[in-house]
Design a binder for this molecule. Structure first.
Ligand code: SAM
Length: 210
């Protein structure tokens, strides 16, 4: 076993201890090579349960946050998922590893270009585009899951509209310092909301956000 494989197993164990129980999520985090999605300066810290810088004042999210949000989506193989905030591409790779059809949008072109390079290199099957993710990606809607990986002042209407019947959205909402993760479930025209507080994200910047 390589050092990275051992560190991934240890990370999965830590996530189990923090109440991540979805075996699909745990298996994907155990499989995706997070060290390929961080810059060379941070490779040695890739499997710490912490966010790390990826340039442009942005971060790759903490593994616990990735696991918590992904678990909250309640996904199956073949679920169609929209991610807003591709960043390093790690979260999208986790979703693809779970067998989801992944659509991801990033506003910083250099980050998107780098993430795409990793998707090609690691043969990760996702569709990625540059743009303002607060508008969603209407061409491929509706989505069974929508995951927003930057903190928003409110839930953008276009994202709510692009959620499938029976679908779920996870989105951090709050001020620019701390956010609550909102988990929105749709049944027809009815939306129900659960919340979990105490997370910190970089800001979501766009027409329907900051
Ligand atoms: N999911 C990423 C990963 O796995 O590395 C982490 C993303 S980072 C915490 C949040 C990302 O959201 C940043 O890359 C930022 O540029 C992006 N972002 C912020 N506002 C956005 C918007 N309106 N549309 C698309 N991306 C946005």
């Amino acid at each position: 076993m390589t050092r990275f494989e051992i560190e991934r197993l240890e990370l999965v164990q830590l996530l189990r201890e923090r109440n991540i129980t979805d075996n699909g999520v745990l298996a994907a985090i155990g499989a995706v090579e997070r060290h390929k999605f961080v810059g060379p300066l941070f490779v040695a810290r890739a499997y710490e349960d912490t966010a790390l810088p990826i340039g442009y004042d942005q971060t790759i999210s903490q593994p616990y946050t990735v696991a918590f949000m992904t678990q909250a989506l309640g996904l199956k193989r073949g679920s169609r998922v929209l991610e807003v905030g591709t960043g390093s591409g790690y979260q999208a790779a986790v979703l693809a590893e779970m067998g989801c059809r992944v659509y991801t949008v990033e506003r910083h072109l250099p980050l998107l270009t780098h993430a795409r390079k990793m998707f090609d290199q690691l043969r990760v099957n996702v569709l990625a585009k540059a743009g303002d993710g607060t508008l969603g990606w209407p061409e491929y809607a509706p989505y069974d899951g929508i995951i927003v990986t930057a903190g928003a002042p409110t839930i953008p209407d276009p994202l709510r509209d692009q959620l499938a019947d029976g679908g779920r959205m996870v989105i951090p909402v709050g001020d620019k310092q701390t956010q609550t993760i909102m988990m929105l479930s749709r049944a027809g025209d009815k939306f129900t909301l659960r919340q979990e507080s105490g997370f910190k994200f970089v800001p979501l910047i766009g027409k329907n956000a900051w």
